[in-house]
Write a protein that binds this ligand. Structure first.
Ligand code: PLP
Length: 359
């Protein structure tokens, strides 16, 4: 049986069809319908009473966020993220300026940010890699002193808490992805999370063509989402704490079964962290060993993912300054299969395969 690197959770179908019956009765399929409103309200409560705008995906969330904060010029960002973090900056006609990551959490290294600030810098866009938090307090301090905006790509950070608060509540805003491969999903979807009501209103307009009825306020785009996607979110959201518990248990088995191999695991030192176990990444001691294990697992129909590869300062269509830590991490990082429905025996089997081919 094939084991994929992730598997989307699907709720009992009757739960979803109960929502569908309501959609059929109302014939209200999209455009800020009652299920979208309910999901936004439930997400807001789950994320510490933040303002939440549900979007069609996590990439448009980044693009709308950059637009809504009126960013221009240079945006300091991380080379160790999914490609959408960088392409959203380029798409909005800004210049990504890559600052290297630190090697415990693989997040943007806050101690290296200030050296990269120029008069053209307008913001910092950092990713909470694998759900491990950036140094949000240090970044807040730098942004405050240099009058910069802060966006967090929180696509991996749903359910994470730090310093007693939702990780998505930091910065001027955070974006999230609710894609089928993420811990919490709405099939396709995403969100922009912030504390400022005015900003939330602006973002609502930007994601809804910039007009209300016959009144036209601003340019906009279609970044909203539908009742069908909201229904999936309403089914899945109450299960998130359970998902995190199941994943915590599976991660512990992996750690136990892989002990003794020269593998490195991310090691956040932040004591207040309440982690979401979004991924199970391991770093091999060389790229050739990673490739050998990856291929051997694939031959046994166990799929893993190089995540993130390549380092984003080395994209063919946009080169940035060298980032040796990120380049090295992207050559050696591999995400192992990790999802709630994985059994303890499957985790042991995958670990045994890693062990067998780790030579
Ligand atoms: C998944 C992901 C995105 C993109 O989200 P989509 O909903 O797929 O558009 C952006 N950034 C990171 C870090 C991601 O993991």
């Amino acid at each position: 049986m094939t084991i994929n690197v992730t598997k989307a959770y699907l709720p009992p179908i009757a739960e979803y069809t109960a929502y569908l019956e309501g959609i059929w009765e109302r014939s209200w399929l999209t455009n800020n319908g009652p299920l979208v409103q309910r999901l936004e309200a439930d997400l807001s409560r789950y994320l510490d009473d933040t303002q939440v705008q549900f979007t069609s995906n996590g990439t448009i969330a980044l693009q709308v966020a950059i637009k809504a904060l009126d960013l221009n010029g240079e945006i300091i960002t991380t080379p160790f993220s999914y490609v959408a973090t960088t392409t959203a900056i380029l798409w909005e006609n800004c210049t990504p300026v890559f600052v290297d990551i630190e090697d415990r959490t693989f997040c943007l290294d806050a101690t290296k940010i200030e050296a990269a600030i120029t008069p053209r810098t307008s913001a910092i866009l950092a990713t909470h890699v694998y759900g491990y938090p950036c140094d949000v307090l240090a970044i807040e301090d730098i942004a405050h002193r240099h009058n910069l905006k802060v966006i967090y790509d929180g696509a991996h950070a749903f359910g994470v808490r730090v310093h007693g608060r939702s990780l998505l509540s930091y910065g001027d805003l955070s974006t999230c992805s609710f894609h089928a491969t993420k811990l919490f999903h709405t099939v396709e979807g995403g969100a922009i999370v912030m504390n400022d009501k005015e900003l939330a209103r602006k973002i609502w307009l930007y994601k809804s063509f910039g007009h209300i009825g016959d009144e036209y306020f601003t340019i906009g785009v279609n970044g909203k989402n539908s009742e069908f996607h909201a229904a999936m979110g309403l089914c899945n959201l109450p299960r998130v704490p359970g998902f995190i518990e199941q994943r915590r248990a599976l991660a512990a088995i992996y750690r136990q079964e892989l002990a003794g191999l020269p593998l490195q695991f991310p090691e956040p030192t932040e004591e207040s962290l309440e982690y979401n176990y979004a991924y199970f990444p391991v770093l091999f001691d060389s790229e050739s060993r990673l490739l050998r294990v990856k291929e051997a697992l694939a031959a046994q129909t166990v799929n893993t993912r190089r995540y993130f590869f390549p380092s984003l300062n080395q994209l063919p269509y946009h080169q940035g300054a060298p980032c040796p830590v990120s380049e090295d991490a992207s050559r050696r990082a591999l995400c192992l299969p990790f999802y709630q429905e994985l059994t303890a025996d499957q985790v042991r089997w995958v670990s045994q395969l890693v062990r067998n081919y780790h030579y």
